[in-house]
Design a protein around this ligand. Structure first.
Ligand SMILES: Cc1cc2nc3c(=O)[nH]c(=O)nc-3n(C[C@H](O)[C@H](O)[C@H](O)COP(=O)(O)OP(=O)(O)OC[C@H]3O[C@@H](n4cnc5c(N)ncnc54)[C@H](O)[C@@H]3O)c2cc1C
Length: 329
């Protein structure tokens, strides 16, 4: 029996039901690219936007690596344009957050936090993966003005400058190594006396002449005026504090994929990312696709999210066409 039947709330109010051939959860580059392709294939997609309409690029400023723009563009502007393009070709954007999903049969059904029901003959999951932050003082204040969670995205802006990376896992070590392409003064800050990163990465890190490591140091606050000038650190053993000068600080303590809704319903890897058939956005459930950062812990870029969003829409269209052809006998 389906678990989401019933279109009334506890007061007996009838909730709206929205139906579509292609239901997309998430409005970042992955969801909106899926929408553009889905709409142009005549699938009249619905995008449920979630709490962050436009996704993660809306919280950054300069974007210099999205193809098609010679000059630096602004993340929020890019996402506004992407949404406008999706709407222009026939996407319905709905402002709601999905609180539960039923993928036990077609149509796939999702419930919004106000009780509205969304039904899709296909379902595209594009809920992203949020960078984890330290929660230290000044972190949000200097976000985009010295503090970043993505070296691939922002490292270029710190050419020839002094940068620090905070973390001790694979991501932190990879970010530190990547930053040596731009900076000759990279410091890795870790609150313990050893790294969790794979040995091969650690070997490369320790061998690099432009990287030093500060052990047993926890970030107390990010300091500066207008822009970042350093990080205040507290020694986790002695309790002593110091300020490490830095023009850029990269917080690299991992990402949290937004997959709680799908736990127990779709296969997730040990970090919570949705597992798809390699090289495709197909999940184990026919008709359900995952794209963007929610299924990609390796690249996590706007352009790769858009690329897999496109793939999800193309595969969704093929899935439906095959199903409809078979139903005709
Ligand atoms: C500070 C920062 C700077 C960056 N700079 C760059 C850059 O310069 N270049 C670059 O290529 N990449 C950059 N990135 C990375 C890029 O933003 C991501 O790779 C990209 O946004 C991933 O797209 P996505 O669509 O998969 O997910 P996201 O952009 O994370 O979008 C996820 C969407 O899912 C929605 N959602 C989540 N849960 C629900 C739910 N329950 N119901 C409904 N909707 C839901 C959210 O509201 C959001 O709209 C940056 C990231 C950050 C954090």
């Amino acid at each position: 029996m389906r678990s989401l039947d019933g279109a009334k709330d506890q007061q007996g109010t009838v909730m709206a039901t929205h139906t579509t051939k292609m239901l997309i959860i998430g409005s970042g580059p992955a969801g909106l690219s899926a929408a553009i392709y889905g709409a142009r294939a005549g699938m009249q997609p619905i995008v449920v936007q979630g709490l962050q309409p436009g996704g993660q690029l809306t919280i950054t400023t300069d974007v210099e690596n999205y193809p098609g723009f010679r000059d630096v563009i602004q993340g929020p502007w890019l996402m506004q344009e992407m949404q406008a393009q999706a709407e222009h070709v026939g996407t319905r954007m709905l402002w709601d957050t999905i609180v539960s999903v039923d993928m036990s049969g077609s149509p796939f059904r999702a419930i919004g936090d106000g009780g509205d029901i969304y039904e899709g003959d296909t379902l595209v999951i594009a809920t992203g993966a949020q960078a984890k932050w330290l929660g230290a003082s000044g972190e949000q204040e200097f976000s985009g003005k010295g503090v970043s969670a993505c070296a691939t995205c922002d490292g270029f802006f710190y050419r020839g400058k002094k940068v620090v990376v905070i973390g001790g896992g694979n991501t932190a070590v990879e970010e530190a190594l990547y930053l040596t392409n731009h900076s000759q003064d990279v410091t890795l800050i870790h609150r313990r006396d050893s790294l969790r990163a794979e040995k091969i990465l650690q070997d490369r890190l320790f061998a690099h002449p432009n990287i030093k490591v500060l052990w047993n140091k926890a970030v107390e606050r990010f300091v500066g005026e207008g822009g970042l000038t350093g990080v205040e650190l507290k020694d986790t053993v002695t309790g002593e504090t110091m300020v490490e000068p830095a023009d850029g600080a990269f917080v690299a303590i991992g990402h949290a994929p937004a997959t709680e809704l799908f736990r127990g319903k779709l296969e997730l890897d040990s970090s919570g990312y949705i597992i798809v058939e390699p090289g495709t956005p197909k999940t184990a459930i026919p008709g359900v696709f995952a794209c963007g950062d929610v299924m990609d812990h390796t690249y996590r870029q706007a352009v790769t999210a858009a690329g897999t969003g496109c793939m999800a829409a193309l595969d969704a269209e093929r899935y439906l066409a095959t199903k409809e052809f078979a139903a005709r006998g």
